[in-house]
Design a protein around this ligand. Structure first.
Ligand code: FES
Length: 107
């Protein structure tokens, strides 16, 4: 397996209903995984980039959370409508999406 240019981790942590921290799955993380998968397919990124569901990244109150390496950029409150912008700007063009970056006190 070749080392990927970018590795996208989507928090898909779930927790029991009513849990005080909630979870990224409760906030729509599975839709983000689907949207990233569609974008990877459409833009031919499989083999260049990796997409991995992850456990909790620690930004539960600001989820869904997406973490992109090697830069270590954490995106918070991501919606499926943001995915094409992350793919085009960050994964392909190499420019992280500033408006979605986690607040400095969080990450
Ligand atoms: S549940 Fe996703 S960051 Fe904690």
């Amino acid at each position: 397996m070749a080392k990927p240019d970018k590795h996208v981790f989507v928090c898909t942590q779930s927790r029991p209903a009513g849990h005080p921290r909630g979870s990224c799955t409760e906030r729509g993380a599975q839709d983000l995984m689907m949207a990233f998968g569609e974008q990877f397919e459409e833009k031919g990124l499989w083999g260049k980039c990796m997409l991995t569901p992850s456990g909790c990244i620690g930004a539960c109150d600001n989820g869904p959370a997406v973490l992109v390496y090697p830069e270590g950029v954490l995106y918070t409150k991501v919606t499926k409508d943001d995915i094409a912008e992350i793919v085009d700007n960050h994964l392909i063009a190499g420019e992280p999406v500033e408006r979605l970056k986690a607040a400095p006190e969080l990450w």
